[in-house]
Design a protein around this ligand. Structure first.
Ligand SMILES: [Mg+2]
Length: 234
């Protein structure tokens, strides 16, 4: 019997940085930020990523709503150039971004090869992602992953985020799986790996930068292709 494999999406299969930066550069041009005095594309991206990380922290802690996060991270990014009060601009950039980035299709190296091979070996594959319902489904479909995944489960739709135990239980229930048959594969030590471990699941920590840690992890890989060598049968 093959284990049920629950994959994280962003930074694990979908090349978030590359896709996001491409969308941000297009937004910069589309809304003519250069003529509004916003430094360079690179400087804009840097400010955005800083602001976005802060807003996501607030969102994770329940201090910011999803609707606010979308525009706010852009307004904050423009602070350096004195445009943070232009909330219409922040909203326009936010809309452009959510309408653009999910359609980007850059994947992490070997992502599709690995997913296809695991599917063909007979694993049940489920996407389990902390993200927005409407966005994550587009990504999975656009990047050619849909045929291999039985379902795409988002924290947005389930109402609870990784690493909360509740989302792992819901994922099992919705997939007719059980903790001893489930393996979580993801790049976040905290959200994916520790969350899964605490829920009694197996874990594959995708750690491309080989970041050092002291956590007990079942399997760890620095590239996706190595997943194919792991013992994922029960
Ligand atoms: Mg991730």
């Amino acid at each position: 019997m093959m284990k049920d494999l629950f994959f994280d999406l962003d930074h694990t299969l979908w090349d978030f940085e590359k896709n996001s930066r491409e969308a941000l550069a297009e937004g910069y041009n589309h809304l003519k930020l250069n003529s509004r005095g916003v430094g360079s594309i690179q400087a804009y991206i840097k400010e955005y990523e800083r602001a976005n990380a802060w807003c996501w922290g607030e969102y994770r802690e329940g201090r910011m709503e999803k609707e606010e996060l979308r525009g706010r991270r852009f307004s904050l990014a423009l602070k350096k150039w004195g445009l943070e009060k232009d909330s219409a601009l922040g909203e326009s950039l936010g809309s452009h971004y959510v309408e653009t980035s999910p359609y980007k299709t850059h994947l992490v190296k070997d992502a599709l090869v690995v997913v296809k091979e695991l599917f063909e070996r007979g694993h049940q594959l489920v996407m389990l992602t902390n993200g927005f319902e409407e966005v994550q489904h587009i990504k999975v479909q656009r990047c050619g992953m849909s045929p291999f995944f039985k379902s795409v489960l988002t924290s947005d739709a389930l109402g609870v985020k990784k690493p909360n135990a509740g989302i792992f239980q819901l994922a099992l229930d919705l997939s007719n799986s059980s903790a001893e048959n489930a393996v979580m594969l993801g790049d976040s030590l905290e959200s994916d790996i520790i969350g899964a471990r605490e829920a009694g699941w197996g874990q594959v920590y995708y750690n491309p930068l080989k970041i050092e840690h002291n956590e007990e992890v079942l399997h760890e890989v620095s590239d996706l292709i190595s997943i194919l060598e792991l013992p994922l049968r029960k």
